[in-house]
Ligand binder design. Structure first.
Ligand SMILES: [Zn+2]
Length: 165
């Protein structure tokens, strides 16, 4: 079965994504990311992003982008969700849903995670099985395995001292 919202035309990856998605409440996760977007603090870019991160146990952590007058200290929605979860002891994740668009406007575009956020995902997630859902709505979304968004990534296993604990 080929599903349109899956981008990879590699049959093996496609089939694996279809299997993995069966265990993910996709619509609910997107809905929560849309809600999280309402919390965005983005007075400078006026681009509001929300994320909902699903753990292996089924718990969800929300995140929004949080900007700063000095710009550099700003944080993306995806990393907000990850840092909240990791700081609460979570280490295993299944999927993240991401929504973004200019503040106060209907979500009319796909907001892909920036390179820094992709690398943070790579730290804690298996690139083969971690699912990234980029959504405009609960029914209009794209699905990727992390490895598609960050091919040949550098991760903790590359370092002798690297540990995921
Ligand atoms: Zn980012």
């Amino acid at each position: 079965m080929k599903r349109e919202f899956i981008q990879d035309d590699n049959e093996e990856t496609n089939n694996m994504l279809v299997e993995l998605l069966k265990a993910i409440p996709v619509r609910d996760l997107i809905s929560r990311a849309i809600d999280a977007r309402d919390m965005s603090y983005c007075p400078y870019s006026e681009y509001a992003v929300g994320a909902a991160l699903l753990t292996k146990e089924g718990k969800t952590y929300l995140g929004c982008n949080i900007e700063n007058a000095a710009y550099g200290p700003s944080n993306c929605a995806e990393r907000t969700a990850f840092f909240k979860a990791v700081s609460e002891g979570e280490r295993s994740f299944k999927a993240i849903a991401i929504t973004g668009s200019p503040k106060g406007k209907k979500i009319d575009q796909f907001a892909f995670p920036c390179g820094v956020c992709r690398q943070v995902m790579r730290e804690f997630c298996n690139p083969e099985t971690f699912i990234v859902i980029v959504a405009k709505s609960e029914t209009d979304y794209k699905v990727f395995a992390l490895k598609e968004l960050l091919p040949e990534g550098f991760g903790p296993e590359n370092l002798k001292t690297g540990t995921k604990k």
